[in-house]
Design a protein around this ligand. Structure first.
Ligand code: NAD
Ligand code: UDP
Ligand code: UDP
Length: 340
């Protein structure tokens, strides 16, 4: 008997072109894989893709993601949720891959092969089926930057052996792999360098500063400011990021593109905004800072503005209250509970 041959890339591409089911807006429906889609950013992205009428497959091992973030899609025939660790190979047929799976929060920083092996597997999948591949890299590739604000042309200042290296260097490696598959195998890749993002569905206790401050203020605990609190970050609301990711995926440019909000705040200023939003009497407590903490960070988004026609539209003072009501609901099960 003849051995069953694996479908070639060309056959799959032809097959893909011949499928023309229509999405809600009348355009061709796409099959989109979102790895890490049960997480904070991923679940908001899935909402937008589903709304657009596409068919979405989420692959997630629920390391930091939660099924609750996707409950509203379960049972929809356009939606599929697969519990799977991307460190293991997987066979799927899709047109686009948003690769977001990553142990993303500081409390989970430690050796984890997801960024390297997981990215390699998803690139292998993209190669086999001819899918377009978007990698969610990070502003951390700039390390403790010597250029301010950071443009995509800056190569970064990263400590290769520090406590946060597995994250920074893991993402740098993931970008390298993506570019190698792009040049070597002709994969259409898109590279997003995401700056600090906040919003509803963020992990409650993952140690990031916005979720920490908001949860602390709501629980009437002191806000923990690390170091002198003069280090800066730029905080982007999640809907702005999702819009940027989708424009990048649909556009013609590989990138990398910075996706972030250029509004820059010191951690003390952020604590003040949280006080104004939740509880003016919230106390501030200083704690020793972690090693290798970047002193400042602010995206230069000229490239995304020019080539993607994208820029954020939600300010910190507008976005924070939206996150606060979600956190209130999750912490106390009551969205009307107010401070004081
Ligand atoms: P998140 O932790 O909420 O989401 C990550 C998701 O990946 C989770 O659902 C988790 O369960 C899943 N995951 C982790 N390891 C996996 C594995 N091996 N196999 C399958 N699934 C796995 O974090 P997020 O903030 O939504 O981050 C999404 C992406 O955006 C990440 O790649 C992150 O590095 C990047 N990013 C986020 C920010 C930010 O501020 N939120 C900033 C820069 C970059
Ligand atoms: N891979 C996967 N799904 C696929 C195709 C590949 O998970 O549909 C994995 C595969 O197991 C391998 C990795 O992706 O570990 C890289 O695949 P590639 O074909 O580029 O490399 P090779 O297998 O030739 O080393
Ligand atoms: N940070 C803080 N208090 C906290 C958590 C973090 O002052 O409870 C500081 C942290 O030292 C860093 C900044 O907030 O300077 C942003 O930290 P986060 O982990 O949110 O993001 P990243 O460092 O990855 O940008």
């Amino acid at each position: 008997a003849m051995a069953m041959a694996m479908p070639t890339r060309r056959v799959l591409l032809e097959e893909r072109k011949s499928r023309v089911p229509l999405g809600v807006k009348g355009r061709k429906q796409m099959r989109i894989l979102v790895t890490g889609g049960a997480g904070f950013v991923g679940s908001h992205l899935v909402d937008r893709l589903m709304e657009r009428g596409d068919s979405v497959i989420v692959v997630d091992n629920f390391f930091t993601g939660r099924k609750e973030n996707l409950l509203h899609h379960l049972g929809n025939p356009n939606f599929e949720l697969i519990r799977h660790d991307v460190v293991e190979p997987i066979l799927l047929e899709v047109d686009q891959i948003y690769h977001l799976a990553c142990p993303a929060s500081p409390v989970h920083y430690k050796f984890n092969p997801t960024n390297v092996v997981g990215t390699l597997n998803m690139l292998g999948l993209a190669k086999r089926v001819g899918a377009r591949f978007l990698i969610s890299s990070t502003s951390e590739v700039y390390g403790d930057p010597l250029q301010h604000p950071q443009a995509e042309t800056y190569w970064g200042n990263v400590n290769p052996i520090g406590v946060r290296s597995c994250y920074d260097e893991g993402k740098r490696t993931a970008e390298t792999l993506a570019m190698d598959y792009h040049r070597g195998a002709g994969i259409e890749v898109r590279i997003a360098r995401i700056f600090n993002t906040y919003g509803p569905r963020m992990c409650l206790d993952d140690g990031r500063v916005v979720s920490n401050f908001v949860a602390q203020a709501l629980r009437k605990d002191p806000l923990t400011v690390y170091g002198d609190g003069k280090q800066t970050r730029s905080f982007q609301y999640v809907s702005d990021l999702v819009e940027g990711l989708m424009r990048l995926m649909e556009g013609d440019h590989v990138g990398p593109f910075n996706l972030g909000n250029p509004g820059e705040f010191t951690m003390l200023e952020l604590a003040q905004v949280v006080q104004e939003t939740i509880d003016p009497n919230a106390k501030i407590e200083f704690r020793p800072n972690t090693e290798d903490d970047p002193h400042k960070r602010k995206p230069d988004i000229s490239k995304a503005k020019e080539l993607l026609g994208w820029q954020p539209s939600v300010s910190l003072r507008e976005g924070l209250p939206l996150m606060v009501s979600d956190f209130r609901q999750r912490l106390f099960g009551d969205s009307k509970l107010t401070a004081g």
